[in-house]
Design a protein around this ligand. Structure first.
Ligand code: GLY
Length: 404
């Protein structure tokens, strides 16, 4: 489907399509990252919410119909149209700001930016509708005081899930993520999008609802079968034979290599399996959520922010603070539904320690010249080794702070 890209088309395409590694880009030199072992106190929390209020307000002054994306280093803060995979994160942050303050000005902003992404629910050209539509619409359903608007948001979730369902392949038993090297592919990030089918299935009911929920569950179980390794780490991208459903093998993505553990991919897995278990109660998803969470906790020291790939051991390598925020929020989700109290306490404590680190000024500085909330995130390090600030890390940090 052809879509108009707002502003500089080339810039937006460059953001959406990972570029090949830049020859001669110097590695980022960083000193060792500090770890923190105490949960965030109310002073730390209040400071981060105050910083977020300033930055989110600044970002609301962009061109009409455009959505904040992020910035690398000291470069310009990029914006996209509503069809970028990231369009739902900024409205999600606006809803959380409204929840925190009860201020009608935040409600108006959250509504305006959410309204702009709702038409995307009909788009069958992406697998990312859980991020783009599901996340802000779910928050709107819970937080918007208008029953008519709540209804509109729930309809958008059902429409988005129905659009995703058109990408179903019955041989692979999954919703197509994309083409990798010209082959039918799945990506671990889809663990965050497929749970929306279970959610929409329960909202819809009847035969159509059962079909949506069944596809969501089976997609997640396909991820468990093929992406979760014996040690609980995860693959990033895999390609399949679309006619037979047979696994062909790994495809290279945003990690160190096709068999390494990309840090944000592992965080998406922890969060997605935790959500899917909470929605379905399926023991296989609880097992996957536990195994991926345990791998995370065994490889990311408490209170630390990981390198961009968990197979990278150098303290000087770029960090991915967004992975830490996504995993922290996932650990909270898992802790709330985990039937074993000892495990629940462990996951909850780990999330708190992670938030203690992320709420320090090293990650969320007060400086007036900063543009995003959470710094030192990684987007696609093989293409550009610079850390940046992006809307997804901001949204998951605020989600975790608002729950933990
Ligand atoms: N879904 C793309 C990413 O996490 O970078």
């Amino acid at each position: 489907m052809r879509r108009t890209v707002v502003g500089a088309a080339a810039l937006v395409l460059a953001l959406l399509v990972p570029a090949p590694p830049a020859a001669g880009t110097p590695p980022v030199e960083r000193t060792s990252t500090t770890c923190s072992s105490i949960g965030p106190d109310s002073v730390q929390r209040d400071r981060v919410w105050a910083v977020a209020a300033t930055r989110l307000l600044d970002l609301s002054s962009g061109a009409r119909g455009t959505y904040p994306f992020g910035a690398t280093g000291r470069g310009a803060y990029a914006r996209t149209n509503s069809y970028a995979w990231t369009s739902g994160f900024y409205p999600a942050s606006l809803w959380l700001m409204y929840e925190r303050t009860g201020d009608g000005a935040w409600l108006a902003r959250a509504r305006a930016y959410t309204d702009g992404v709702l038409p995307v629910a009909r788009w069958t050209g992406t697998h990312d509708l859980g991020f783009m539509v599901g996340l802000p619409a779910r928050l709107g359903m819970r937080l918007d005081p208008s029953p008519e608007r709540q209804e509109r948001y729930s309809e958008a979730i059902i429409t988005a899930a129905t659009s995703l369902s058109t990408r179903w392949n019955r041989r692979v038993e999954a919703i197509k993520s994309g083409e990798y090297g010209g082959r039918w592919g799945l990506i671990i990030d889809s663990a965050m999008n497929a749970p929306m089918l279970m959610e929409a299935g329960a909202m819809t009911g009847g035969t159509a609802g059962r079909r949506l929920a069944d596809r969501g569950l089976r997609h997640m179980l396909t991820l468990v079968r093929h992406f979760v390794r014996a040690d609980g780490s995860t693959a990033h991208r895999l390609v399949f034979n679309a006619r037979t459903g047979a696994l062909i093998g790994p495809a290279y993505g945003q990690g160190l290599g096709s068999t390494s553990t990309w840090a944000r991919g592992q965080a998406w897995a922890v969060n997605g399996f935790a959500q899917a278990y909470a929605l379905s109660g399926d023991a296989r998803l609880l097992d996957a959520a536990r195994r991926t969470a345990d791998y995370w906790l065994d490889h990311v020291p408490a209170g630390c922010v990981p390198a961009w790939d968990l197979d990278v051991t150098s303290d000087r390598a770029p960090r991915d603070s967004s992975a830490a925020a996504i995993a922290a929020e996932g650990l909270q989700v898992l802790a709330r539904s985990e039937p074993d109290p000892a495990r629940a306490a462990r996951y909850s404590a780990a999330a708190a320690v992670s938030l203690a680190a992320l709420t320090q000024p090293a990650w969320v500085p007060d400086g007036a010249d900063e543009r995003g909330v959470l710094l030192r995130q990684a987007y696609n390090i093989p293409a550009d080794r610079r850390e940046g600030t992006y809307v997804w890390g901001d949204a998951y940090l605020l989600l975790a702070l608002s729950r933990g």
